[in-house]
Design a binder for this molecule. Sequence first.
Ligand SMILES: [Cu+2]
Length: 349
Amino acid sequence: MRRARQLLVTLFTFLWPLVTSFGATPVQSSSSTSIFSPASTPAHTIFRFSLFVLAIIAAIFGTVFGLLVYAAVRFRMKADDDGREPPQIYGSNEIELAWTVLPVLIVFVLFVTAARVIHQIQDARRPPGAIEVTVVGHQFWWEFRYPQYGFVTANELHVPVSDPKHPTPTFLKLLSADTDHGFWVPRLAGKTDLIPNHPNQTWIEPHETGIYFGQCSQYCGVEHAKMLLRVYVQPRADFDRWVRTQQQADPPDVPMSTLAAEGRRVFLTAACINCHTIKGTVADGRFGPDLTHLMSRDTIASGAALNTPKNLRLWIQNPDEIKPGCLMPAMNLTAQQFDEVAAYLMTLH
Ligand SMILES: [Cu+2]
């Protein structure tokens, strides 16, 4: 009896955290990347499906484990046993039928429900107000193109919150510039890979404003771990304002300090322009992130550092310090020129 109690206590200790982590309604967990607190239509669909699968698995586990414990306790060797084997039974059509038909039924139900979820997500209709974004995975950052609005940005995806009455989901076309990457923002949708020469699709439809975090989920090279994703879900008016800012080019005659003006000259005559675009200037490189509105972003280098003057200066002087192995080279400029270029970058609102 003591053994059985010990066993129960052990089981309970292991299973209780599992039990408590699955509420019937999504839990608002402290982790902002939990798949158990979905905030977008496809994530909800997947979440409900996973609870269903977990319930079936739990029932199977409970039944099998219960029978096992029952058999072990009920038929254990007793003090007055004579040590001989009990009568053996061979063959039972009922039991064989039961353990064939039941699993087939369970697998069938799982198959049909999974197929329905896949259909719901992959074949979702695009309502008229849908936003379209082309996501291009690069080693080791994200490019976001908004073809409807005609601008390009990086690393921080902005989308409007979707009102169930007038849904404005965002459809993402996933491409890769080099190797495999994975788009994964756990609270918004399931993982979808970005494969070179094989466009993939996914979509999100967030119902709450806020910042949602994600991460590249396909190992893509040394800086894979610092290829973070940030999705800014905004009220429609804020999103529209953001779009208008992003559409503007770098105004050629914006008043700037002599330091920044000199920085602009250095930037436009250095190799920066081969890799970066600043709309309205000769800089039209596509290898690195578009810098036209660099200062509208909270982070640089795909979330590897906050976008502060100090980090910007450090980044352009030696990117490896922040992101070792990233594909931006340390530029050969003087300390004065780094100050100037950093000052110029800070004018790019
Ligand atoms: Cu990656």
